[in-house]
Unconditional design. Structure first.
Lengths: 639, 105
């Protein structure tokens, strides 16, 4: 048995980096802070790769599949005999895979940021926050128990708040960061309640015990129910609500597009590897519980995922801000991962959805990070986010162009790039379980190809633009991560996930299912072809189409007015009907009560102050009259 | 002689003097009058000392001597008080007790 105790350093190094950069960063000159942060991350990337190598190939797959290893566990809080909270490192296929994904993407983002953020005010702060973010996410994936996960879950929320609001002098960034924090925090409330319900009935937080498979631990919960639905289903739905908040699934999706206000590398980190996949990871982590205890909840998960992917893909077709298009595409892809979990079964080939979800998470991390960093490179060159102000950039930025093209092909699902393989597995899983979800996913695949191609052709081809100053290729420190991730986007699809990461830890065989692969590629090519016709050359056709769609187009352009609906609900209904009466009660009844006590004391104090007149004669009078009264009293009582 | 007079008469005189002094101290606003009132109180007490000594313990002298000590203390006190009054008068040009409130707050 290999000793994995060193893995505790994987989350610890970033937190030390955060402290060093946070405390002493202002004294560092030039890019030193960035280089230091990157070196720290390089160390843990190496450690993570080493761990993955040891776990998958050295320890290998004994009889009965990959085992979960608790590499490190300490008791952190001991409230009572039964309520004890541990902190530790849990290694199993998905957490090791996540370690690799997070460190890789985070390292690339770090390197890229040295170039992208150069000379920005708060350069050191930026790297300190990046380290904190990486730490939180690493702590989340290696959590040994659901409570540790919750703690790091909140830390992820805080660090995303810090990073989205990085440009804190910009009101829109501040608003976006608050929005992200409040929306995710609201969803986390559900998560906490879910955790409490589960642990109340089972008496444990440990994933090991919760997911041990035989389900004995849930026997006590079996009888309990609320509103005709069993308690465990409620608990899992609430936990999924937390996951939906972090993963920006419908109806908690509203924070993600606004989170684009942060610096572009942050968007890459949030979207590709860290925050938004936390929800997917959570469902995958609890998958055994979902599947055996509450199939109904899992079905809900599937439908939410499918709806989110469709909904976001439709919106993405109409947006003009390139980062927002990518944000909606992330929503759509996260929906894919979630729906794959929703349609999955447990064990062997039936568990293809679970494998596909993790596979898609892995490949998506690579190409989405690449897309965002590429978009950052474009924005860096053009100083603009708007699609309409770009065009014909391939001449100016060859490396960005080629790497972006690879990512584009990967997300569209064109073989042999990474996205094709994982998307194909998802479609296979959906086909076997639920035809409705399957057809919606195939349609989304076409839409994805269309809007990504629209973005791609508009930026790199399209009309000739006059730029204020000539756009130029980004420096090597920014293009190196692009090239690395492009390479990863090509090869990631060939990682044999069915051998490594499966629902029950045992490997199984998968074959390319041509009856599904060929139509899905065909529809992707169709989407790309339509986009090619519309956007390759400058033309008036897209405008005409959008005009003819009328109200549907306007609604989509405005993201189906979800922001407005939420604002209406909060501002008009919650504020007026709930908050303001409570505020009135607080101000007039509670404060009034306290104020009246203070008022009474003040008034009586003024009265009492008059007693201390400072006049000797008055004192003498009181003294003498007191003495006389005493004498009279004594005379009266002693007789 | 003095034993022929009953003790109550002495006590009535001294009590009357004492309360005249107390009233004077409380009522009058002039510092010198207040000082005189204090002297009255002290002398009322002195009479008591002497009378009780004479009537209850005629062969001892503690009461007499205590009266003498009180007289000496009263003299010293009067001199200090008058010195203060003179300084107060120089500063405020009057010695009404209500006007001297500078160190009150």
């Amino acid at each position: 048995m290999t000793n994995y105790a060193y893995t505790i350093w994987i989350p610890l190094i970033p937190v030390f980096m955060f402290l060093i950069l946070g405390l002493f960063g202002m004294k560092m000159k030039g890019s030193l802070a960035g280089i230091l942060g990157t070196l720290g991350l390089l160390t843990i990337t190496v450690l993570s790769y080493f761990t993955a190598y040891l776990y998958f190939f050295k320890t290998g797959e004994p009889e009965g599949g990959f085992q979960a290893i608790t590499a490190y566990n300490i008791e952190w809080l001991a409230f009572t005999d039964t309520l004890r909270i541990h902190m530790g490192v849990l290694l199993d296929p998905i957490s090791v895979m996540m370690l690799v994904v997070i460190t890789t993407v985070s390292l690339m983002v770090h390197i890229y940021s040295i170039g992208y953020m150069k000379g920005e005010q708060g350069f050191q702060r930026f790297f300190a926050f990046l380290s904190l973010f990486t730490f939180s996410m690493l702590g989340l994936v290696i959590a040994t128990n659901i409570f540790q996960m919750y703690i790091f879950w909140e830390l992820v929320g805080v660090s995303s708040f810090l990073l989205i609001g990085f440009y804190y002098q910009k009101p829109s960034a501040v608003a976006a960061s608050k929005k992200a924090f409040i929306v995710t925090r609201f969803a986390d409330f559900g998560f906490l309640v879910g955790i409490l319900i589960v642990s109340y009935f089972t008496g444990t937080f440990d994933f090991d015990l919760l997911t041990s498979g035989d389900g004995n631990i849930f026997q006590t919960i079996g009888a309990a129910s609320f509103m005709g639905v069993s308690a465990i289903t409620w608990a899992l739905l609430l936990i999924f609500m937390g996951g939906a908040g972090k993963s920006a699934l419908f109806p908690f999706h509203i924070w993600l597009p606004d989170a684009m206000e942060g610096p572009t590398p942050v968007s890459a980190l949030i979207h590709a590897a860290t925050m938004v996949v936390a929800g997917v990871y959570l469902v995958a982590r609890m998958f055994v519980v979902f599947h055996f205890q509450a199939p109904g909840a899992l079905e809900v998960v599937g439908y939410v995922g499918a709806f989110t992917s469709l909904f976001a893909a439709v919106i993405a077709c109409t947006q003009f801000d390139i980062k927002r298009i990518l944000a909606f595409s992330t929503l759509s892809q996260i929906g894919y991962m979630i729906l794959a979990l929703g349609v999955s079964e447990y064990g062997d080939e039936a568990g293809v959805g679970y494998m596909a979800s993790m596979f898609h998470l892995f490949t998506h991390a690579m190409f989405k990070a690449l897309l965002f960093l590429g978009a950052g490179s474009i924005i860096h060159a053009v100083h603009n986010n708007d699609l309409r102000n770009m065009g014909n950039l391939r001449k100016y930025m060859p490396i960005t162009f080629i790497t972006f093209a690879i990512a584009w092909l990967a997300i569209c699902g064109i073989p042999p790039f990474a996205g094709f393989w994982s998307k194909d597995e998802i479609l296979v899983a959906a086909f076997e379980k639920n035809k409705l979800i399957f057809f919606s996913s195939v349609f989304v695949a076409g839409l994805t190809a269309f809007y990504m191609s629209r973005l791609f052709f508009s930026v790199f081809f399209g009309k000739k633009q006059h730029y204020h100053h000539e756009p130029h290729e980004s420096p090597l420190v920014m293009t190196f991560p692009l090239m690395f991730l492009a390479l990863a986007s090509i090869v990631a699809g060939f990682v044999p996930f069915h051998d490594l990461i499966t629902s029950d830890g045992k490997s199984f065989e998968t074959h390319l299912n041509y009856s599904i692969a060929i139509p899905s590629v065909a529809i992707a090519v169709l989407g790309m072809f339509i986009a090619f016709l519309l956007y390759y050359k400058e033309s008036k056709v897209p405008d005409k189409i959008s005009k003819s769609l009328g109200i549907f187009y306007t609604a989509t352009l405005n993201k189906f007015y979800f922001d407005e609906i939420y604002l209406f609900v909060t501002r008009k209904i919650l504020f007026n009907c709930v908050s303001q009466p409570i505020a009135w009660f607080d101000r007039h009844v509670i404060d009034g009560f306290m104020n009246s006590i203070a008022w009474a004391i003040q008034k009586s104090s003024f009265k009492m102050r008059d007693l201390q007149s400072g006049q000797v004669q008055q004192y003498a009078f009181v003294f003498v009259s007191g003495a006389i009264i005493l004498v009279l009293c004594f005379a009266y009582w002693l007789n | 002689m003095i034993q022929d007079i009953p003790i109550q008469y002495f006590l009535i005189v001294s009590t009357t003097m004492f309360f005249i002094g107390v009233c004077g101290f409380i009522i009058r606003r002039n510092l010198i009058t207040m000082l005189m009132a204090i002297e009255l109180i002290l002398n009322a007490v002195n009479i008591n000392f002497v009378v009780f000594n004479k009537f209850l313990f005629p062969h001892q002298l503690q009461g007499h001597f205590f009266a003498l000590i009180v007289v000496a203390i009263a003299a010293a006190e009067a001199s200090v008080a008058i010195a203060l009054f003179i300084n107060i008068y120089r500063r405020f040009t009057n010695i009404e007790v209500e006007n001297i409130s500078e160190m009150k707050y």
